[in-house]
Structure formats: C-alpha cells, structure tokens
Write a protein that binds this ligand. Structure first.
Ligand SMILES: Cc1cc2nc3c(=O)[nH]c(=O)nc-3n(C[C@H](O)[C@H](O)[C@H](O)COP(=O)(O)OP(=O)(O)OC[C@H]3O[C@@H](n4cnc5c(N)ncnc54)[C@H](O)[C@@H]3O)c2cc1C
Length: 330
C-alpha cells in the first residue's frame, strides 16, 4: 500500500490502496470510471488522511495557463492541477493583477473554488468567471457560472449540493485591467503607497512569520471554520464575555474568530500524543512528528466540546477528514 505521508500537508503516516496521477480529462474520466472507491486530491493541504484509506487516491495534475484579453479584462483558463501560489505569482509577473492578497495559500487551483479560499479581505470567488467540471453522475463535461457556484465564506456549491459529485478540471478567472487594491485588512492597512507587488510581498512576509510551514511542521492550516452565529446569541455572549470579538455579516449574523474561542478555553500549546494546538495560532493543529489519526480526532473533539460547553457554539472543521472509506465528520 503506498504511503500518503507526502500527499497531505499534515503528513500522517497512513496508506491507501493505490495512487493515480492524472494529467488530462481523458485519464481522469477513465480513472473515475474504473475505481469504485476513490478520493480526489489536489495537494492535500486541506485534507487529513486519518487512517489507511481503502481506495484509490486520484491526484489531479491537469496543467496549463491560457490568457485571452477583452477590452476591460484579462481572462485566464487554468488547469486544476496548477499550483495556486504559482498562478498568483505568474499573474503578477505578467501584469494580470488582483489576486495578490491570496499569495502563498497552499494547494491546487482546482481546489480553490471548493472552499472558496480567502485571505486578507479577498476570496477566490471574487475572480472566478466559471468552473469547468465533470459530473460524476452522468460523466458529462459542464461549465458552472460564477452564480451557480454559490460562493460563501469557505463555502460553495461544491461542498453542498454537488459534494462528491463533480471533478473540477479547469477554473476560468477574470481580472479587471483597472484593478482596485484591497488593503483594508490587518497589517496591509499599514502599507505606504501600496502596489500589487508590495501587497504580494507583504502577504508572503506576514504568512511566513505567522503560520507554520507544512514542509517543516505538518499542518493543514485552519483546522476549524470561524463560526457564524445569530446576532442575538452574540449579544447574549457579550454579557458573560465582554471582550468577545465579532464581525457583523448582516443584520442577523455575526462571525466569531474560532482562534479566540479556542484560546479562551486554554488550548494554546495543548497536546494529545504528537498532535499539538499551535502556541500562537490556536486555530492550527500541528503534527509534532509521529502524530496518529486518533490523536487528531481526540484533540479536535476536546476543543469542540470545550467551546460548546463554554460558549454554546458548535465549531465545524474546515479541514477534510478522510477515514477508511472516505470523508468522515467529527
Ligand atoms: C499552512 C496553511 C495555510 C492555509 N491558509 C489558508 C488561507 O489563508 N485561506 C484558505 O482559504 N485556506 C487556507 N488553507 C487551506 C488550503 O490551502 C486550501 O483549502 C486549498 O484550496 C487546498 O488545496 P489542495 O489542492 O491542497 O486541496 P486538497 O486538500 O487536495 O483537497 C481539498 C478538497 O477539495 C477536493 N478537491 C481537490 N481538488 C479537486 C478537484 N480538482 N475537483 C473536485 N474536488 C477537488 C478534495 O476532494 C477535498 O475535498 C491553508 C492550508 C495550510 C496548510
């Protein structure tokens, strides 16, 4: 059984029945048709294989970046297997600006619309014109428009109605030639005379300073999503916890930073086996060497239970957890 350690950024020492690297749509269609149990993988930076997976891991390596221009926009058609950061970097070097805030997010282009990756005030959905897919039910190639993707916070149609039903083969991006810089978020607000290059460099600097490098210390980025709670529940919590931070989503909903909730429950640096809650970024769980899937689950459940007991808030994993037969929930 091939090891999956190098196929996911948490680097658990688990195996699968076989690994298939596919490089074009024909290979992909054949791989899907000939394997009854499979898991679609990009670069494994949002996936943890908790135990041996009794199926085939199909790694999407469809490559290629094509650009065409219209009067006001650059239009990019990008293969799902391209590396996300490389795309941002290539776009910047060619003067196709806009995506710099999303620099250094690990992973593949094909996975970017799945959870609508986001950072520093922007989400990939801001730049997506359409997504090319293969529908696994009827084998047909289809194009989903931006509207049909139903992008939300770390969410899209691919995680809901179409979960497990489609393979992304290409993503079509649209970048306005008259680009607006987004520098309102966090440290970017301190940039003087901001430019796309300065934003790109600063985002890289901040991310390298704050987040553990998965090539050095296994991790999958934010383990939990920031919970969105009802505004009236938030007001009630403000009475018992006056310093609770919250960001208004609309009149009915408030987003609460999961890192703050976890920190308040005293989890910074907490360890179960070789799985540790990061001492500075409590939203990140890390593999300290020989972590096991059951330790990941144990620590994650401990955090979820404590946050529920203390704040009456249910945390939901952002990371995809894979067991023997496929995706599992905690
Ligand atoms: C250090 C670190 C920092 C991170 N920071 C951020 C951040 O700032 N913002 C953010 O949004 N995310 C962040 N993440 C999460 C991660 O980078 C993104 O979720 C990324 O899009 C995952 O890409 P991937 O190719 O590695 O996905 P994978 O883990 O390979 O797959 C993720 C999901 O997408 C599915 N999938 C993958 N490719 C396809 C395809 N072609 N067709 C259909 N389904 C597919 C998989 O089945 C799985 O369900 C971070 C992760 C790490 C490790």
């Amino acid at each position: 059984m091939p090891s999956l350690s190098s196929y996911h950024s948490f680097h658990l020492d688990t195996n699968c029945s076989s690994v298939l690297n596919i490089e074009d749509v024909e290979q992909l269609t054949a791989a899907v048709a000939s394997n009854s149990q499979f898991y679609l993988l990009g670069e494994g930076s949002n996936t943890i294989f908790l135990e041996d997976f009794f199926g085939t891991v199909i790694v999407n390596r469809i490559a290629g970046i094509q650009m065409r221009e219209s009067s006001a926009y650059y239009h990019l058609r990008v293969g799902a297997g391209e590396n996300w950061h490389q795309l941002v970097s290539t776009a910047l070097n060619n003067g196709w600006y806009g995506m710099e805030n999303l620099a250094l997010i690990p992973g593949s282009v094909g996975a970017s619309p799945i959870q609508n990756i986001g950072a520093y005030g922007l989400e990939v959905g801001n730049f997506i014109e359409s997504v090319e897919i293969i529908d696994l039910i009827d084998g047909a190639s289809k194009i989903l428009t931006y509207q049909e993707c139903l992008f939300g916070y770390r969410d899209s149609v691919f995680k809901n109605e179409l979960a497990g039903r489609v393979v992304v083969t290409h993503v079509n991006f649209v970048l306005p030639k008259k680009n607006t810089l987004v520098t309102s978020y966090g440290e970017l607000a301190r940039l003087s005379a901001p430019s796309p290059r300065k934003i790109f460099d600063e985002v890289i600097r901040i991310r390298q300073e704050k987040l553990p490098d998965p090539n050095v210390t296994g991790n999958a980025g934010s383990f939990f999503k920031n919970p969105v709670i009802a505004a009236h529940a938030y007001q009630t919590l403000q009475v018992s916890h006056p310093s609770i931070p919250g960001f208004k989503i609309d009149n009915e909903n408030v987003k609460v930073p999961a890192a703050w909730l976890i920190d308040q429950c005293g989890f910074k640096g907490r360890r179960v086996g070789d799985v540790s809650c990061h001492p500075n970024q409590p939203l990140v769980l890390t593999n300290q060497g020989k972590a096991r899937g059951e330790d990941v689950v144990a620590l994650a459940r401990e955090i979820m239970n404590e946050v529920l007991n203390t704040f009456d808030i249910t945390l939901e994993p952002e990371v995809r957890l894979v067991g023997k037969e496929g995706l599992i929930t905690l």
